[in-house]
Ligand binder design. Structure first.
Ligand code: ADP
Ligand code: MG
Length: 227
């Protein structure tokens, strides 16, 4: 816990500087990626292509770190407004639909009418649901099903978003660590997605719950208070 706090404080102190620096890193990164892609195209069939592919994979990793870090560098401001969870989830699904087709995944979206409005930073919440959906995709390498369900708990004035995948699931150890910063089980993971997501949901006075079973899948439940 202590090392987590130290890491978070360091990141907070570096906040502004890091954001600026990372924007500066992005430009040369884009140039290098572009020329590398050209080289890859010109080296089809050459044994050197393998080296270029490795470089490209590693560049992708840097790109992911950079964009995840940018998210982390500005969790401070939370610009809240009335927003419709139905609309938000529908927008998230629209953003990932193309990738789902490529990955041969079926997305099953269930929203209920007359959904209450939440008082939230819609950009941040979108980020949370994108992070969760991305993880679900990455847990489903061989196709499968992803379902998103929005419902309302009338008694407790809570909106419930349930995102379920039939993917590889998590063992106990992964489950215990998944919210820790920089924890990842992926070759090119940054390990920041769930850490940031939990932080955002906590800031909104909500909860995030995980149920998971190896080889069966994972269910992520996000609870948010009604405005
Ligand atoms: P990253 O995706 O970069 O690895 P995250 O913080 O998003 O980082 O997730 C941390 C870890 O939690 C992942 O590496 C993975 O092991 C596990 N995880 C999260 N969501 C799922 C899921 N839907 N199914 C299986 N494992 C998951
Ligand atoms: Mg992730």
């Amino acid at each position: 816990l202590e090392s987590t706090i130290v890491k978070v404080e360091k990141l907070a102190i570096l906040g502004q500087l890091a954001t600026e620096m990372i924007h500066e890193i992005r430009n040369p990164l884009t140039a290098v990626s572009g020329y590398l892609q050209l080289l890859q195209q010109h080296s089809e069939g050459s044994p050197k292509k393998e080296y270029l592919d490795i470089m490209s994979a590693e560049l992708k990793r840097i790109n992911k770190l950079v964009s995840d870090f940018l998210q982390l560098a500005r969790p401070g401001y939370c610009k809240r407004a009335q927003c419709s969870i139905n609309q938000l989830i529908t927008e998230v699904v629209a953003l990932v639909e193309g990738e789902a087709v490529i990955r041969k995944l079926a997305i099953n979206l269930e929203t209920s009418e007359d959904m209450p409005i939440v008082n939230a930073d819609s950009g941040q919440l979108k980020q949370v649901f994108l992070n969760i959906t991305r993880n679900a995709f990455e847990a489903l390498p061989a196709g499968g099903e992803l379902s998103l369900r929005v419902s309302k708990d009338r008694q407790q004035d809570i909106v419930r978003v349930v995102i379920r995948d039939t993917g590889k699931g998590m063992d106990k150890q992964t489950l215990a660590n998944m919210f820790n910063p920089f924890f990842t089980t992926k070759d090119s993971g940054a390990g920041l997605g769930m850490f940031i997501s939990k932080k955002i949901i906590d800031n909104h006075g909500g909860h995030i719950e995980i149920q998971s079973e190896p080889a069966r899948g994972t269910t992520v439940t996000v609870l948010l208070p009604v405005a």
